[in-house]
Design a protein around this ligand. Sequence first.
Ligand code: 1CP
Length: 348
Amino acid sequence: MSQLKNDLLLRTLRGEQTERVPVWMMRQAGRYLPEYRVLREKYGFFERCQTPELACEITLQPVDIVGVDAAILFSDILVVPQAMGLEVQLVESKGPWLPAPIQQESDMARIQVPDVKDNLHYVFDAIRLIKQELNGRVPLIGFAGAPWTLLCYMVQGKGSKTFDEAKAFCYTQPELAHRLLQMITDTTIAYLKEQIAAGADTVQLFDSWGGLLSPADFETFSLQYMRQIVAAVKDLAPIIVFAKGAWFAMEEMAATGAHGLGIDWCLEPARARAFAKKPVTLQGNFDPARLMSPIPVIKKEVTRMLEAFGGTRHIANLGHGILPNIPVDHARAFVDTVKAWTPHYQTA
Ligand code: 1CP
């Protein structure tokens, strides 16, 4: 079916036993790479996202430099709110900034469910170019933000540890919140379908702020929308759902039919599997800050992680994005340790 030379990630997502565990890192295309920082000096963030040649070069950097088993499209989850009509800026050392967020009924007139082919064509152009340049070396992961996480930014207008204004919006104007979440969901379904049509081999849904919600509110404001997205996409390409901190919803997330579930470092693999109640591929879960340890300690800790997952239905990854201050040789030590590891049952 595929002409990929390395399809470990896709086979693992389909539940097959592979010769070794595949590995990639969330935010692998980013500031810890000197080659990325060079381009960051020259071009603005959205310029990098919107220029297929730049997005392609950045996407390929970690494949060439650290040797990961998958490329992830260089883009951002915030291109979707942008395409829906909101202004999004990325402020140096401050992060995302939306000058006119959604806060009341009248603000809804400023957004729409866009024609993604029109508004996000640069993403699909980038995907086609990346697939060509990868030439089958490794699969390409497409992605989108989950509706709840996008609502957080669209309402709060910036990053936050608690997203209390976004929560207040949901709890005081639930009807409006649901209208917004459904618009994001409809846009995201069209967007991911188009990414797959352009060549993405698998897609990941990032619910970075899912763990801020109670289990009941997670069902109401996040899961019911992610369920729609998974249902719409899962027969077109394998899909990974990563809801950071939402360990309480493993069973419900597994029940969506997603092929993979991301977990962070606060959840033990054995517990994650027990909570999921059905066989599902798990992705994770190395503490990104652990990559600050000396290399021999990284090797020991990565080995411990691999043993805890047991070498089946596991995609090695971090439990969240790589930090900008991680030395490249530490990132490489993470990847190399996974590649060199053999499960006990294969050596026995
Ligand atoms: O050069 C820079 O300083 C920009 C930093 C940066 C980068 C490299 C941002 C701004 N976005 C990205 C790329 C990015 N973002 C990718 C590329 C592919 C890869 O993983 O290598 C991906 C998948 C994302 C996804 C993303 N953006 C998420 C979900 C994942 C996560 O980390 O939780 C979120 C929450 C964002 C918002 C965002 N964009 C950028 C920043 C600094 C943030 C987080 C801000 C905050 O604290 O809320």
